[in-house]
Design a protein around this ligand. Structure first.
Ligand code: CUA
Length: 340
């Protein structure tokens, strides 16, 4: 199943970025595989979680064979041969009944204990964990760090615990990082938390695991796990690569993919909002009957106050992205200028 998910993710990500060259941050959404059942384990939870998974799957397989095997055999062996054939009287057998009640009960307690141990550990974050505030909304994630930096990808240090304090702006989402073996609902009007500690440098994918609307399957983002020193450098530089400044249009493209792509297409097709194909300089008819030419000012005002000048025929559903930095908005403007 994980292999299929990873393949599908790769296909959709490649389709989305087929037109551009692959800078480091533009790699496809990926989840690394490890064997048949589970993706690569990249957090401290993986070992206990995977062993609980293996114990459960093997106990299930063994008991399936023990129960269904003889059941199928007896169904053939003792099938009624004629209309008049009568079953011989069968009495109960106390020893067998005690055994087949007691053994599965003990096995069930053991399975519960194995699962509960790692569940309890996953529920309680260590005190020294770095707290990141996560907000889910249709259809993207944002992360706010202790220093006030807001990102649309998640950056975490390897070997340091990270705690997410999560809430939703609209409907119920579910924050799922398969490689970390963590998944938690993100709910409007309620804070939920989860924590993890990454164990290897990697780039992996967050999926939304609760159906939340049209854009649910595109509610993806990346998790970057950096060595502590590299993490600290990035952290001090708003998570831009300190050694490789990003041109505005590339920055804008990243923001587009993270924030806008689930509602605004680049190829002329209609999703929730107007397409960005040929957006620059286009004349749009607004809900108040007036006309506007799309320029830098209109784009900026649509980002920070989307319902201010709404294009006719589209629902007023876009959230305000007022937390975006000036250079991110400039980047989006530069990117949209290129959409012919
Ligand atoms: Cu958010 Cu599904």
């Amino acid at each position: 199943m994980s292999g299929l998910t990873a393949t599908l993710l790769n296909i959709s990500a490649q389709a989305a970025s087929a037109a551009t060259s692959a800078a480091p941050a533009e790699q496809p959404y990926k989840i690394e595989e490890q064997g048949v059942w589970l993706p690569q384990g990249s957090s401290t939870f993986a070992e206990a979680y995977d062993s609980a998974w293996n114990i459960n799957i093997w106990i299930s397989i063994i008991f399936f064979v023990i129960v269904i095997g003889p059941g199928a055999y007896f169904a053939f062996k003792y099938k009624r041969k004629s209309e008049t054939e009568k079953t011989s009287p069968i009495d109960h057998n106390l020893t067998i009944e005690i055994i087949w009640t007691l053994v599965p009960t003990l096995v069930l307690f053991y399975m519960f204990w194995v699962g509960f141990k790692s569940y309890a550990n996953i529920q309680v974050a260590p005190n020294e964990a770095m707290e990141v505030r996560l907000t889910g909304q249709m259809y993207n994630w944002t992360f706010e760090y202790p220093n006030g930096v807001v990102t649309t990808d998640l950056y975490v240090p390897k070997g340091r615990p990270v705690k997410l304090v999560m809430s939703s702006k609209d409907v119920i989402h579910s924050f799922w990082v398969p490689e970390f073996r963590v998944k938690q609902d993100v709910v409007p009007g309620l804070y939920t938390t989860m924590w993890f500690e990454a164990t290897r440098e990697t780039t992996t994918t967050v999926e939304c695991a609760e159906y939340c609307g049209d854009g649910h399957s595109k509610m993806l983002t990346r998790v970057y796990v950096f060595e502590e020193k590299k993490f600290d450098e990035y952290y001090a530089n708003d998570f831009d690569d300190p050694s490789n400044p990003v041109p505005p249009a590339v920055r804008g493209k990243r923001k587009y993919e993270a924030l806008c792509a689930s509602c605004h297409s680049l190829d002329g097709s209609r999703i929730q909002g107007p397409t960005f194909q040929g957006i620059w300089g286009r004349k749009e008819l607004l809900t108040d009957g007036s006309e506007v030419t799309v320029d830098a000012n209109y784009i900026k005002s649509s980002i920070v106050n989307p319902q201010g000048q709404l294009v006719q025929g589209y629902p007023p559903t876009m959230p305000a992205f007022s937390y975006l930095k000036e250079k991110d908005i400039d980047g989006i403007i530069a990117f949209l200028k290129e959409q012919k």
